[in-house]
Design a protein around this ligand. Structure first.
Ligand code: FE2
Ligand code: FE2
Length: 487
C-alpha cells in the first residue's frame, strides 16, 4: 500500500501525517491545546530529568520501508520530544468488518447516530494514556539502571503521544465538545479525590519498579487488547490511529516482560550462588538483596486482578452496542472466521455451582468483554510461561501462575464472590483473614521499597535485577542511555 501519508511532516509545531497544514481549524485547536499539554508534562510527567538527554525513539514514518525504519533513535530532552499525530496509511477500499453494517465502506466521518458512543470510547482510551505517566512519575529517581530509566521515559513519552492521538480525533471530529473533552483529559489526575482518572487501575500507585514492570506487562497489555479491538473500528480514523499506536505499544510490553524476567533471573542466580534450594524461604532469599519468588507471585496476583477489572463486566450491553454499531470489534476480528454479527452465537463464562465451576453459555454479543479478557489471559500466559522457563533453567522449583479470573475482582460477575487464587470460593471472613497469603502486605511493600536504590552508573544494575540480554538498538553494555544533567 503506497500512500502519500506514510511520512511525517516535522517542519511544523505539531509533527503529523494528516495534512494539518491545510486544516486551519484543527491546527489552531491543537496549537491552543499544546501549551496546556506541556504544562501537564512538566507538572505530572517524570519528576526531575527534564533537562537530561535521553536516548529516545521517535517515529518518523508510520511504517518501515526497506532500509527506512519507522523510527529513529537520538538523544532528546523529554520536553523537546516531538509529540505528533500519526495515523496508519488509509486503505481506500476498507470495509466495516463486523456488526450490523458489516461489509459497508468504512466511515471517514462520524456517523451521527453513533456520535456519543464513539466519543465515549475515545475519551476512555484517551484518559488512560496520561494516567500511566502520572502513576510512574517518581520512578526515575529509583531507577535500577540508566537502561531501565531510558525505557521508562520511552514509555512515558509514547503514552504522551497516545494522548495526542486521541485528542486529535476529538478535536477533528467532535467540534466544541471534542475540545472540551480534550481539556478534561489534562484536568483529571491519577489518584485525585475530586477529578480522578476514569478507570480504577489507573488511580492505583506505581510505587516501585516491580510494580512498573508488572503494570507494563499486564495493564499496557490490556491497552493493547483495547487498541486491537478499536483498530477494527468501522470509523476509519480511529482504526488508523490505533493501528499506529500498536506499533509503539509492543515496546511497552517488551519492557514489562523482560523486566520481570530479569528480576526472576537475578533471584534464581542469587539463590544458587548462596546454595538456597527452597524458594519459599523468604527471609533467606531477601537477605541476598533480591526479590523472593512468592512475593513476585503476590504482585502478579494483584496486578493481574486489577487489570481484569479494566475489561468491564463480563456481561455488558454497552459492548454489545459498540459491536453492533461497528465501533469496537473483537481481538483481531479480521482473522476470525464467522459471520461477524454474532446474532446466534454464544460464549461460555465460568460460574460457580455447588462448590465447582461450570461454564454457562450466554449470547456472544453480551459476553464480548469476557471474550476479550480471555484473549488477554491467553496472551499473558505466554509471557508467564517464559518467566517460568527462566526459573526452570536456573534449577529452581517454583512456578508463577495467573490466579483464577474470580480472584480479587471489584467489577463484573465475580465481584461479590470471595475466591482464592485457585478458584475456591471461601467465606468472606476466611478470605479477609488469608488475604495476605495472596496479596502483598505492608511488609512486602516495605521490603521491595528498601531495594529501590538508584543505580545511575553506566553499565551497572541494582542488586535485584539482571543485566538485559538484548539491548535497545544494539547498543553496547556500558552505553549511557541517559546523560544526567548536572544537579
Ligand atoms: Fe498508550
Ligand atoms: Fe502503553
Amino acid at each position: 500500500m503506497t500512500t502519500l501519508d506514510s511520512t511525517v511532516d516535522y517542519d511544523v509545531l505539531i509533527p503529523n501525517n494528516v495534512a494539518l497544514a491545510s486544516d486551519a481549524r484543527v491546527r489552531r485547536g491543537l496549537e491552543r491545546w499544546h501549551p496546556g499539554y506541556i504544562d501537564w508534562w512538566m507538572d505530572m510527567g517524570p519528576d526531575g530529568f527534564q533537562t537530561s538527554d535521553v536516548y529516545l525513539r521517535t517515529a518518523v514514518r508510520v511504517e518501515s520501508k526497506g532500509a527506512d525504519k519507522w523510527a529513529v533513535f537520538d538523544y532528546v530532552k523529554m520536553p523537546d520530544y516531538r509529540w505528533g499525530i500519526l495515523l496508519a496509511p488509509q486503505d481506500p477500499d476498507r470495509k466495516i468488518p463486523f456488526g450490523r453494517h458489516v461489509g459497508e465502506p468504512a466511515w471517514q466521518e462520524v456517523p451521527g447516530e453513533y456520535r456519543a458512543m464513539l466519543r465515549r470510547l475515545i475519551v476512555i482510551q484517551g484518559d488512560t494514556e496520561p494516567a500511566s505517566v502520572e502513576q510512574q512519575r517518581f520512578l526515575g529517581k529509583t531507577a535500577p539502571s540508566l537502561y531501565d530509566m531510558r525505557n521508562l521515559f520511552q514509555v512515558n513519552v509514547e503514552e504522551g503521544r497516545h494522548l495526542w492521538a486521541m485528542v486529535y480525533l476529538l478535536q477533528k471530529y467532535f467540534g466544541r465538545d471534542g475540545r472540551e473533552e480534550a481539556g478534561e483529559l489534562l484536568r483529571r489526575r491519577s489518584g485525585s479525590d475530586d477529578a480522578p482518572r476514569m478507570l480504577g487501575a489507573f488511580n492505583e500507585e506505581t510505587p516501585d519498579w516491580l510494580s512498573f514492570f508488572l503494570f507494563t506487562f499486564f495493564t499496557d497489555r490490556d491497552g493493547r487488547m483495547q487498541l486491537e479491538s478499536l483498530a477494527q473500528s468501522g470509523f476509519d480514523p480511529l482504526s488508523r490511529t490505533c493501528r499506529f499506536m500498536l506499533t509503539e505499544e509492543a515496546f511497552h510490553m517488551f519492557v514489562g516482560e523482560t523486566g520481570v524476567t530479569r528480576i526472576v533471573q537475578r533471584t534464581c542466580e542469587a539463590m544458587r550462588e548462596a546454595g538456597i534450594d527452597d524458594p519459599t524461604d523468604v527471609e533467606a532469599v531477601r537477605a541476598l538483596g533480591v526479590i523472593d519468588l512468592p512475593t513476585i507471585q503476590k504482585k502478579v496476583n494483584l496486578h493481574y486482578s486489577l487489570t481484569l477489572d479494566l475489561f468491564g463486566s463480563e456481561l455488558s450491553t454497552n459492548s454489545a452496542n459498540f459491536f453492533n454499531a461497528g465501533l469496537k470489534g473483537r481481538f483481531r476480528e479480521h482473522r476470525l472466521d464467522d459471520d461477524h454479527r454474532l446474532h446466534k452465537a454464544t460464549y461460555g463464562i465460568p460460574e460457580p455451582s455447588n462448590g465447582a465451576w461450570k461454564t454457562v453459555e450466554h449470547p456472544a454479543l453480551n459476553a464480548l468483554n469476557a471474550r476479550l479478557r480471555d484473549d488477554f489471559t491467553g496472551d499473558c500466559s505466554l509471557g508467564v510461561g517464559r518467566w517460568n522457563k527462566t526459573i526452570r533453567q536456573a534449577g529452581v522449583d517454583f512456578e508463577i501462575t495467573l490466579p483464577h479470573v474470580a480472584f480479587h475482582r471489584q467489577i463484573g460477575v465475580y465481584r461479590d464472590l470471595h475466591a482464592t487464587p485457585d478458584g475456591e470460593i471461601v467465606p468472606e471472613d476466611e478470605w479477609t483473614r488469608r488475604r495476605h497469603e495472596w496479596l502483598p502486605d505492608d511488609g512486602d511493600r516495605a521490603f521491595i521499597e528498601s531495594l529501590m536504590n538508584p543505580e545511575f552508573r553506566p553499565g551497572h544494575y541494582a542488586s535485584w535485577i539482571a543485566e538485559p540480554r538484548i539491548r535497545i538498538n544494539h547498543k553496547p553494555g556500558d552505553f549511557e542511555w541517559v546523560k544526567l544533567a548536572e544537579a
